[in-house]
Write a protein that binds this ligand. Structure first.
Ligand code: C2E
Ligand code: MG
Ligand code: MG
Ligand code: MG
Length: 291
């Protein structure tokens, strides 16, 4: 009898292990069909001009609405997509989607701001990529200066010819480049000197704890450095009024964070954009226009 129980326990144990790998297997299988099934969404998080409170841009952030599991965070499926190469298709889809929205806004006479798109380091290694970008912009009649790519230090670390050519191409056609999560990777001042970087984004891990002396000094120096090099500087993950006041004093150009708004679907983002000035309450959805 004991032997029988032991056997059953063993089965339970191995079953729970299998659930893990089954979920991963299912996720990978479903991810490949997510585009054709229309399950991917682009959300927008406003970037606010620190001195005026105006929305001057937004970051496009992907979401996956799985039919069974619900909304899945990119932190869960982007690493998987990077591993199996599907990130290339996802990235191209996001660009197409953003350009299509920009085009729709323009056609409908709605306000338009530049949109930043996250780009996987992997994408920079495929040389056909530049023609994909070129064709998407052309098809959707998109002004390249409305697009910014957010890349990380990992992308630049690869420094091979394909990456360098892609970056040259972006500069040539007028797509801007932001260095995302600045200070958390293999930061090197050489990158700032070598590459045509327009924007530095201070990582939210430094913003979280502004009363910590080290974090405070890192933020101050990054803003000083960016300004000295003629780059725009954006703080991400701003959640409190104290953080806002601190960043205002330092003349940080733009702010992004839950204090103003979470990433929201396109319709809601247009609603925010039409308010002109956004209030630091974190719940702007139903605030009446102030201007
Ligand atoms: P990221 O590019 O650094 O984006 C910032 C993340 O911080 C987003 O998480 C955003 O929702 C979150 N965030 C913004 N404000 C606040 C705040 O005030 N507090 C806190 N705690 N978090 C805040 P999200 O949307 O889950 O995206 C996570 C990461 O997934 C992104 O980090 C980016 O690396 C990646 N990702 C998202 N969309 C794409 C995409 O289309 N392509 C690629 N390759 N990566 C993407
Ligand atoms: Mg980003
Ligand atoms: Mg970031
Ligand atoms: Mg990040």
């Amino acid at each position: 009898r004991a032997k029988e129980n032991g056997k059953n326990n063993y089965h339970l144990y191995s079953a729970s292990l299998n659930i893990q790998s089954f979920k991963l297997y299912t996720m990978e299988r479903d991810l490949r069909k997510s585009i054709q099934n229309g399950e991917l969404r682009v959300y927008f998080q406003p970037k606010v001009e620190t001195s005026t409170g105006k929305i001057v841009g937004a970051e496009a952030l992907i979401r996956w609405e799985h039919p069974v599991w619900g909304l899945i965070s990119p932190n869960e499926f982007i690493p998987l997509a990077e591993e199996n190469g599907f990130i290339l298709e996802i990235g191209d889809w996001v660009l197409k989607q953003v350009c299509t929205y920009l085009n729709e806004w323009e056609q409908s006479g709605l306000p338009i701001v530049p949109i930043s798109i996250n780009k996987s380091a992997k994408r920079f290694l495929i040389s056909d990529w530049t023609s994909v970008i070129y064709n998407t912009l052309k098809e959707t009649n998109t002004d390249p200066s409305l697009i910014e790519f957010e890349i990380t230090e990992t992308t630049l670390l690869q420094h091979n010819d394909t990456v360098n050519n892609a970056i040259d191409f972006l500069k040539e056609i007028g797509i801007k480049i932001a260095l995302d999560d600045f200070g958390t990777g293999y930061s090197s001042f050489t990158y700032l000197k070598q590459y045509p970087i327009n924007t530095i984004k201070i990582d939210q891990s430094f913003i979280r704890n502004i009363s910590n002396h080290s974090d405070e000094m890192i933020i101050k120096s990054t803003i000083y450095l960016a300004k000295g090099l003629g780059m725009k500087v954006v703080a991400e993950g701003v959640e409190t009024k104290e953080q806002l006041t601190f960043l205002k004093q330092l003349n940080c150009d733009e702010i992004q964070g839950y204090l103003f708004s979470k990433p929201v679907p396109e319709k809601e983002f247009q609603h925010l954009l039409q308010m002109a000035i956004i209030k630091p309450t974190g719940d702007n959805t139903y605030v009446k226009p102030t201007v």
